[in-house]
Design a protein around this ligand. Structure first.
Ligand SMILES: [Zn+2]
Length: 106
């Protein structure tokens, strides 16, 4: 299990604010059952979901089994049909400090 940042961006020309078909994708994702996310995509927990309306970007933070299943989630749900998506392994600041302590024997 690992934590990933899902960084998404789209253009105003494909913004859910203006196109109902893309708004529907977000609504459908919001209504997915946690069990479905876990079973189908290995997404065990969604820790945060932040959006910037005018930058047309978002950051979701998830606990998931592996990034290829997050990729499948993006494709299957339609999220990737109007967003460029980056899936990045991330750590908390505290975890980073612990890793630095170990790496540098601090
Ligand atoms: Zn937008």
């Amino acid at each position: 299990m690992a934590r990933y940042g899902i960084y998404g961006s789209h253009t105003p020309e494909t913004c859910p604010l203006y196109f109902v078909k893309y708004a529907q994708v977000f609504v459908d994702i919001a209504e997915l059952e946690p069990e479905e996310l876990a079973t189908a995509y290995g997404i065990r927990q969604i820790e945060a979901q932040y959006h910037s309306a005018l930058e047309h970007t978002f950051l979701w933070i998830v606990e998931a089994e592996q990034p290829h299943l997050i990729e499948a989630f993006g494709i299957d749900t339609g999220l990737a049909s109007f967003n460029t998506i980056r899936i990045v392994p991330i750590h908390t600041f505290a975890e980073t400090v612990d890793r630095l302590k170990m790496a540098h024997h601090l």
